[in-house]
Every structure is written in C-alpha cells, then in structure tokens.
Design a protein around this ligand. Structure first.
Ligand SMILES: *Cc1c(COP(=O)(O)O)cnc(C)c1O
Length: 351
C-alpha cells in the first residue's frame, strides 16, 4: 500500500500548538506583535472575486516589492517567493544538492535540514559547533561536498555569524557548490549577506515573513540569489506546484514590504526586550548564549532542558527543549511581550 521511500521518512516536529489551555506561547519564535495596519487595510479591502482566478504564478508584483524593500541593487529577477520558507527550502534542496556528494551543515542548526536531506536522499556531514556554540566555518568548507547550508543567526543557539566569516567560507568553497544562508532571524540585529551576492554567484539567501514580518499563519518565504539560481528554483516549483503563493498572501506580502518602518519599530522593541531579558536571566544564574535572534537559548547548572520546560509549562508558559545530544540542557525561549517575559523571568528565577 505504501511506497518504499515512504518507510524512511522522518518528519520535522514543530513547537507544540496546544488548544487545551491559554498558555503564554514562547515556543515557536512567532512575533508577539500584530502585522502592520497596512495588512489590515488589505484584508478589509480585499475583493473575494480575486479568488475566482489563479494568482500570478510568478508573483511579479510581490517580488518587485521584496526587491524594493531589500534595496542595494537587488532586482525582482533575484527573488523567488514560495509558501513559507520551509517550502522554499524544499525547492532549494531539490535544485542545488545532489545525492553523490555530502551536504554540510552544523551539527546543531535548523532541524528541518536533515529532514529534507532524508526526503531527497542527500548524504549529510554534520560539523560540530565550536566550544562557544558558534558555527565552525572552516569545517563547513572542508573536503568534498555538494553544498553548504546554515542559519544566520543560527537556530536554536541564536548566535550570529559575522559577514567576514561568511565571506571566508565563500572564498574557500568551490564556486560550483551552492552555499545557502537561511536568514530567518536576520531582522533582529544581524547584518544581511545580501551585499555578497554581487561577488558570489553560488550564494543563496533564504528569508521568511513568519518571524520578523508577523505572519507565520499566512505562509510566505523567499530566496534572494543571482538570476541563474532563481531560474532553477522556478523550474523546480513549476515541476511541483505552479501556484504556491495565493492571491491574498501576495497582497499582504506587498503591503508588508511597503511598511518596513513599522516592522523595524516592533522588531526594535523585541531586540530591547531580548537584551534586558537575557541580562536579567544571567543575573538569576542562567547561562544565556549571546543571541541576535528573537529567541534566546539558556541553561542552568543541574537542570535539564526538559525539566526546565516542564516546570515552566506548569506555570502556564510554553518554551521549547530539544532531545538532541549536546543541547539537552538548554531551553529555547521566544521573545514575547515585555509583560510575558517578566512573568517568565519570575518563574525561571525560582528554578
Ligand atoms: C522558522 C524557520 C523557518 C521556517 O519559516 P516558515 O517561513 O514559517 O516556513 C526556516 N528556517 C529557520 C531557521 C527557521 O527558524
């Protein structure tokens, strides 16, 4: 009844979305602020007749709006948009990584990468993090390989890799290997690798609207890369699903791009909350990794990640722990509204 390939699937497990109790939800790196008022306006004015027709399969207006938002010489031909960055990543894995040579990524990074590698039968080499939990870029560029992928800032550590390190990595990787930088959290204080695209034809940058643009529920992600890579992603998409971004999501995506001032403001607030929360948590005896994301990764001596998660959950707050050797003593905490972080701080200070 089932295909042989199905037996080997190991699906990704997202942060829990419980419905049994009104938890304070700090477990999926969602944005605690609402989308821009411009998005509300689009929803109010939306003509349902638009649903009668298929959306623009190439999302041209949206890609122009994304290019304008990014600036710095990025053209719409350098943008590919899809149904969330998870789908975009699937196309990236399909189009750029082969089965006869290993894909390299850090041992601890976004846990969807090994899932896609399994799905597309791509062998993997996981490179250990350095002792401070930062990414070892030298190890990523060593030996044979079909490509490299990592998140910057990395997940679940939150640690940011400076651009000069990314440049060194690109300089030591052969130009026929694609290097993918997943910038899901770049709007929380890091510097984007987009300017490097002018020099490196094998660089692809993945972004999402789920975190810094407040719509995890609408599903929109994109790739910024040079046109040959973007064309390969269009070919891949058109071999799978012609219309991954629906008409309404294209419209709210455009409205969001045109109001980046709003997002800079709310994400600035998240950065402030993150930094003061981290400082207070350290004072309370926790080891908090330096984060430039909208979450922090923290541990306390003598406490397991699972133990901390359970104690925090009993107080009505959801965070995340990982049953993965090497990081079992950590919890990952998404940055929420200041009042919610105060409540969490009180709970964690008592552990
Ligand atoms: C959340 C996340 C994604 C997925 O984003 P969606 O656009 O919601 O699919 C991709 N990469 C990383 C590193 C993430 O943390």
């Amino acid at each position: 009844m089932f295909a042989k390939r199905f037996a080997g699937l190991k699906p990704y497990v997202p942060g829990e979305q419980p419905t049994d109790r009104a938890y304070i939800k700090l477990n999926a790196n969602e944005n605690p602020y609402p989308p821009s008022p411009e998005v509300e306006k689009v929803l109010r004015d939306f003509d349902p007749a638009l649903f009668q027709r298929y959306p623009d399969p190439d999302a041209r207006e949206l890609r122009s709006a994304i290019a304008d938002m990014l600036g710095g010489g990025v053209s719409p031909e350098m943008i590919f948009a899809g149904n969330g960055s998870d789908e975009v990543l699937s196309f990236v894995f399909y189009a750029f990584f082969d089965s006869d040579s290993p894909l390299r990524f850090p041992e601890h990074t976004y846990s969807f990468y090994p899932v896609y590698a399994g799905y597309y039968d791509i062998p993997v080499i996981k490179t250990p993090l350095l002792s401070d939990f930062s990414i070892d870029t030298e190890a990523l560029s060593e030996g044979p390989g079909t490509g490299v992928i990592f998140a910057n800032p990395n997940a679940p550590t939150g640690i940011y890799l400076p651009l000069d390190k990314i440049r060194n990595l690109l300089d030591s990787v052969p130009r026929d290997r694609v290097v993918v930088v997943d910038e899901a959290y770049i709007d929380f204080g890091g510097e984007t690798a987009v300017p490097l695209l002018a020099e490196y034809p094998n660089l692809a940058i993945v972004r999402t609207f789920s975190k810094s643009y407040c719509f995890a529920g609408a599903r929109l992600g994109f790739v910024v890369a040079n046109p040959p890579l973007i064309q390969a992603l269009f070919t891949t998409k058109n071999s799978f699903n012609h219309f991954p971004v629906d008409a309404l999501t294209q419209k709210i995506g455009i409205a969001s791009c045109r109001d980046s001032r709003y997002y800079a403001e709310i994400n600035g607030r998240i950065i402030k909350t993150r930094d003061s929360f981290s400082a207070s948590l350290r004072k309370a005896g926790w080891d908090v990794l330096p984060s430039l994301a909208n979450f922090v990764f923290a541990r306390k001596a003598g406490l397991s990640g699972r133990g901390a998660y359970e104690a925090i959950k009993r107080e009505g707050i959801l965070v995340r722990y990982f049953d993965i050797p090497g990081i079992t003593d950590f919890v990952r905490i998404s940055i929420g509204l200041p009042a919610d972080m105060e409540k969490l701080l009180a709970v964690m200070s008592s552990l």
